[in-house]
Design a protein around this ligand. Structure first.
Ligand SMILES: [Zn+2]
Length: 349
């Protein structure tokens, strides 16, 4: 679950923090609103400061979540329209990236698939934040040959859709059992299955990161993306399917996030009409439940058009043309102010 939940948390943090626009004193957020844009911007910076001082610089959290925190700092720096917020996030991220690389110079002797994936996530974000370690990149590139899609996800998207027979980790002993197992082979405890949407989202995020990092993580992003039509229709909320419902929502938002580089550019809603309609029709539930996390994902994913600050890219759903150049073209260190449109090759999505 670690790899699955973490990117969600990072995105939420990034989405909330990206909301800052240019400070305009005493301008209500909307007519009659209680708070002003200045209040909002101040709150966002306070939140970023909290993440840095209370989480990212705390060794016990940084050890486990450093790779995700670097991604959050980078995404905020790269997408915030508030230049000062962008600068602060980049500086925090750059400093943390140096520390992350210092801590991860050496690969562990027993490198499992989760650790390997986390290291690629962290290395990619560190490089985007202007810090690199060519030796670590070399080692991870070599290690990638030892991890197949089956090792990472227990299924291979090249040949099958996200399945519904992958057990969750055993609640009693933590073991990952083989597909289809109903009871744990170690402790005999009953097992629950992971939902298809959860499996799909995990594979989307991981394969996407592998593509942009230039290190294969399981399978190419295109191999996972092609199953998007098979995931439709997405689940509605019923009396007994809350888990499946939220996994459906997050799968839809992460389909869009990974497709538009976590809000680096806008895609036309024509690209994913079913997903947009699904998210739009479920927005009310998050509002009624005062679910700020999910609301952040909705707002970010649905802001696809009519955004004068960003151009809407045409949808070219040509799967084989995905990322035709090495990931490093996208991963060069970037500083706020020098961020540029993505390579034209990205239109091949
Ligand atoms: Zn067990």
């Amino acid at each position: 679950m670690r790899r699955i939940l973490a990117p969600v948390a990072v995105v939420i943090a990034a989405v909330l923090l990206m909301r800052a626009g240019h400070p305009r004193e005493s301008v209500p957020l909307w007519p009659g609103a209680r708070y002003t844009r200045q209040d909002r911007d101040r709150a966002i910076r306070r939140g970023l400061e909290f993440i840095y001082t209370q989480v990212a610089t705390q060794p016990k959290y940084f050890y486990d979540w450093g790779h995700d925190l670097l991604t959050a700092f980078y995404n905020i720096a790269a997408t915030s329209s508030d230049r000062e917020l962008s600068r602060i996030a980049w500086n925090m991220g750059h400093e943390r990236a140096r520390e992350w690389l210092r801590l991860n110079r050496k690969l562990p002797d027993q490198l499992d698939s989760v650790w390997f994936t986390d290291l690629v996530f962290g290395m990619d974000s560190a490089e985007r934040l202007g810090v690199s370690d060519p030796e670590l990149r070399r080692k991870l590139t070599e290690a990638a040959a030892h991890f197949s899609a089956q090792d990472l996800w227990l299924f291979d998207p090249v040949v099958e859709a996200p399945p519904a027979d992958i057990p969750r980790l055993c609640r009693k002993c933590g073991r990952q059992n083989v597909r289809g197992a109903k009871v744990c082979s170690h402790c005999n405890a009953p097992l629950q299955m992971r939902g298809r949407y959860d499996v799909f989202m995990d594979a989307l995020i991981t394969s996407y990161t592998g593509d942009i990092a230039g290190i294969r993580l399981g399978a190419p992003y295109a191999a996972v993306l092609k199953w998007a039509p098979a995931m439709r229709p997405y689940p509605s909320l019923g009396p007994t399917n809350e888990d499946e419902y939220y996994e459906g929502v997050y799968a839809a938002t992460h389909l869009i996030y990974t497709y538009n580089h976590y809000s680096k550019f806008r895609v036309s809603s024509d690209c994913f009409p079913q997903e947009y309609q699904y998210l739009k029709s479920n927005l009310r539930i998050a509002a009624e439940q005062k679910d700020a996390e999910t609301m952040g994902e909705y707002l970010d994913s649905l802001r696809v058009r009519n955004d004068p600050g960003r151009s809407a890219h045409p949808c070219r759903f040509r799967l084989p043309a995905l990322l035709t150049e090495p990931g490093r073209q996208l991963g060069r260190p970037e500083r706020p102010g020098s961020l540029r449109p993505l390579s034209p090759h990205m239109d091949g999505y």
